[in-house]
Design a protein around this ligand. Structure first.
Ligand code: DAH
Length: 358
């Protein structure tokens, strides 16, 4: 059979194959990563590639031409495939090298501190308690403590709250042993330590009493069933409400610093008469008004008042000779305000990521 001279004979197929191969080589070299190379492979040697299209033209050639042209296409495909393989190997090696560099662990590195035990520090609440103690000690107060499991007498009765007194409703708690006499409960405030102090020593008394307290409260952003208070008690001759207000103001300036003041507002506690709530200039906004103080510029810190004569009577202090004042406030609440914590419960979570910030 003689060959037909068509534009699609061997020489033109060879030229086309050379052009397709050259184009394919450029594209293979240009592939930046393995994913791009797979795409290039599809367009260079795939079913719909230029090479595949050239191959379909073979059918129209005479047999001997077809063999030569077929060989030309085959060789071009083989070389392209070899080049694809080399490029894939090179890209693979590059990617591996990059990942090894990125994920490199230097096992020879010597850390000078990792093997030392991590040094802890005091909890924020403990730090706050110690700062408060220091402030009061500098003002001439002694520090006293009392038990967390108290009797009904110390937590309520001696504080002018006989059984069934309605004010007991402000201090619901957990009872350890029920039944008169000697009902034992977890103390709801540090005020029973006042009673213990007055029972055990003669005035003058100038003391603060920090410690843990308990209440039957549902935990929320501002309450936890376990918390801390610090109580203050002064009993001496001639103590007046002016001494109370002056002491609160002196403490406020000493603890919070210049520009933070205190004010008293009338209130009620069974163990003091008259009673007041004391507030301090919001330490977050310095009295400007912010979210923490609900825009008022003041933060309520605790309660205070002149020791009720009934309390003096319960502990055997002569109210004709002595007078006194007392105050009490929450240490956790204070820590919450000063550290700007929106939720008080973080103080009990024991999450080191939180704790190590203080
Ligand atoms: N015990 C009170 C409470 O837990 C706080 C308090 C108020 C203590 C007035 C006092 C005081 O000593 O005089 O809410």
């Amino acid at each position: 059979m003689t060959s037909r001279l068509t534009p699609e004979n061997t020489p033109s197929i060879a030229a086309a194959a050379a052009a397709v191969e050259a184009d394919g080589r450029r594209r293979i070299e240009a592939a930046a990563d393995l994913a791009a190379l797979r795409e290039v492979e599809r367009t260079v040697v795939g079913k719909r590639s230029e090479l595949a299209r050239l191959h379909t033209r073979l059918a129209r050639l005479a047999p001997e031409e077809r063999r030569d042209a077929g060989a030309v296409i085959h060789d071009a495909r083989t070389r392209l495939q070899e080049q694809l393989g080399r490029r894939a190997a090179a890209l693979d090696a590059e990617e591996r090298a990059r990942r090894v560099a990125e994920e490199r662990l230097d096992l020879t590195e010597i850390s000078t501190h990792a093997w030392l035990p991590r040094r802890g520090h005091l909890h924020l609440v403990t730090q706050t308690r110690e700062e408060l103690e220091d402030t009061f000690v500098a003002m001439g107060f002694a520090v006293a403590e009392g038990p967390e499991a108290e009797t009904d007498w110390y937590n309520f009765q001696a504080l002018n709250m006989p059984p069934a007194h309605p004010a007991r409703g402000m201090w619901d708690t957990l009872y350890l042993r029920l039944g008169e006499p000697g009902q034992v409960l977890l103390r709801t405030h540090t005020s029973p330590v006042q009673v213990r102090l007055m029972e055990s020593r003669e005035p003058p008394i100038y003391a603060v009493m920090p410690g843990r307290c308990y209440r039957r409260d549902t935990p929320d952003a501002r309450h936890t069933p376990v918390f801390h208070q610090i109580e203050g008690l002064v009993v001496d001759r001639g103590i007046t409400f002016g001494d109370l207000a002056g002491t609160i103001e002196a403490f406020t300036g000493a603890y919070f610093g210049a520009g933070i003041h205190s004010r008293l507002r009338p209130s009620y506690f069974p163990f003091t008469e008259p009673s007041a709530e004391f507030e301090v200039t919001c330490p977050i906004c310095a009295g400007e008004g912010c979210r923490t103080c609900s825009g008022s510029g003041w933060i309520e810190l605790g309660g205070c008042g002149m020791v009720d004569p009934n309390v003096f009577e319960a502990v055997g202090v002569d109210a004709e000779v002595y007078s006194g004042f007392a105050f009490g406030f929450g240490i956790d609440r204070l820590a919450q305000v000063r550290a700007g914590l929106s939720d008080m419960r973080v103080l009990l979570d024991n999450d080191v990521r939180f704790l190590t910030q203080f």
